[in-house]
Ligand binder design. Structure first.
Ligand code: PSU
Ligand code: MN
Length: 308
C-alpha cells in the first residue's frame, strides 16, 4: 500500500513546468462553516487563485486516497460530509489512508501533503494557534509546528482571536517562523485588522514576499513562513469571542472539537457577521498567495517546494 498523494493532471503538469500552484485546505470546508458556506468559500478561493494566474490545488483525503487538486464533485463531497469527515492533521493522515476514510485536511495536514507533492504556497483564513487557557489544557494547534517544519509560505489573516494570539506569536518566534505583515506592522486578529502583536517584518509587494521566502529558505531550508494579511473590512467582536470560548469550555468540549465548536458559537453570537468576514478573508488570502506564487515563478529561482 502506498500513501503517496494523487495529483490532478492540471496540478501535476503545473508543478512539472514550474508554474505557480497554491494549496488550499479543506477543514474549513467541512468543519469551519454551517449551511454549505464552506463550499462557497472553497470555490471562491479557487476562482481567485486562477484569476491571479496560479493553479489551485485543493487538498483532501477521499476514501483513503490523498488527493491534491480536488475536482468540484470531491469538494462538494467534503462539504456535504461536514463533521462526518475526519479532521485530519499531519498525525491523522496515516490512519485515514489505511482505513480508507474521508478526511478534510487542516493547515498542518495540508502542509504535510504539500511537502510530499512539492507545493510551497498555501492559503487559508486563519491558522490554528495557542488556545486561551493553554497552561491548563496544553491545547496548541499542530499547525504551528507543521509550519515550522515545512518549506512553504502560509498566507492567512493571522490566528483567530478565539486563540491566545500573543502567546501564538511568541511560539512562532520560538519556532523561528517569520511572521510577515502584508502592509501591516501587526499580526491581524482574523476578523479585526488591529490590536495584534507585532509582525517580524513588513512586506508590501508579492515579489518582496517571494524574495524574503527565498532568502529564508537559504537560512532555514525546511522551515515555513507566515504572510499575514488583515481583513479588508474587519469587525470588532472580541467580547463575543470571549463568550464563545467560555461556552465551549463550560460544555466540556476538548481536543480537535474545540476550534469548530468555537467557530460555530461565534457565528451564532455574531448573527452571521463573522461568517461574511471569514469568507472574504479566505478568498482574499487565496488571491494574495497566488500573487506571491506567481512572483516566485517569475523570479526564476526554480521549484520552491521540498520535492523540487
Ligand atoms: N480557522 C478558521 N476556520 C477553520 C480553521 C481555522 O477560520 O476551519 C481550521 C483550519 O483548518 C486549521 C484548524 O488548520 O482549524 C486548526 O484546528 P486546531 O485548532 O484543532 O489545530
Ligand atoms: Mn487543539
Amino acid at each position: 500500500m502506498t500513501a503517496g498523494p494523487r495529483l490532478s493532471e492540471e496540478v501535476a503538469t503545473a508543478l512539472a513546468e514550474g508554474r505557480p500552484v497554491v494549496a488550499l485546505e479543506t477543514t474549513l470546508v467541512s468543519h469551519g462553516f454551517s449551511g454549505g458556506r464552506g463550499l462557497a468559500a472553497a470555490l471562491e478561493s479557487e476562482k481567485r487563485v486562477r484569476a491571479a494566474g496560479a493553479i489551485p490545488a485543493t487538498v483532501g483525503i477521499l476514501d483513503g486516497q490523498i488527493r491534491v487538486g480536488l475536482d468540484r464533485g470531491s469538494i462538494e463531497r467534503l462539504a456535504a460530509a461536514g463533521a462526518a469527515a475526519r479532521k485530519v492533521g499531519a498525525r491523522d493522515i496515516a490512519a485515514c489512508v489505511v482505513q480508507g476514510a474521508t478526511g478534510a485536511t487542516t493547515v498542518g495536514g495540508t502542509l504535510a501533503i504539500c511537502a510530499m507533492a512539492g507545493i510551497a504556497f498555501l492559503a487559508t483564513g486563519g491558522i490554528g494557534g495557542v488556545h486561551r487557557g493553554f497552561a491548563r489544557t496544553l491545547d496548541i494547534s499542530a499547525d504551528l509546528l507543521q509550519v515550522a517544519r515545512t518549506r512553504a509560505v502560509v498566507v492567512c489573516s493571522g490566528a483567530k482571536s478565539i486563540l491566545d494570539v500573543p502567546a501564538t506569536a511568541e511560539l512562532l518566534e520560538t519556532l523561528s517562523v517569520p511572521v510577515l505583515g502584508w502592509r501591516t506592522r501587526t499580526l491581524p486578529l482574523f476578523c479585526s485588522a488591529s490590536g495584534g502583536p507585532p509582525a517580524s517584518a513588513v512586506v508590501g509587494k508579492p515579489a518582496e514576499a517571494a524574495a524574503v521566502a527565498g532568502a529564508h529558505w537559504a537560512v532555514v531550508p525546511s522551515g515555513g513562513l507566515i504572510l499575514a494579511r488583515p481583513p479588508d473590512d474587519g469587525i470588532e467582536i472580541e467580547d463575543l469571542i470571549g463568550e464563545a470560548v467560555r461556552q465551549v469550555r463550560e460544555a466540556g468540549i476538548t481536543g480537535q472539537a474545540v476550534t469548530p465548536a468555537v467557530l460555530a458559537r461565534v457565528e451564532e453570537l455574531s448573527g452571521g457577521r463573522s461568517v461574511a468576514v471569514n469568507q472574504e478573508l479566505i478568498a482574499g488570502n487565496a488571491a494574495l498567495a497566488a500573487r506571491v506564487a506567481v512572483a516566485w515563478a517569475e523570479q526564476g529561482e526554480g521549484p520552491a517546494g521540498p520535492a523540487g
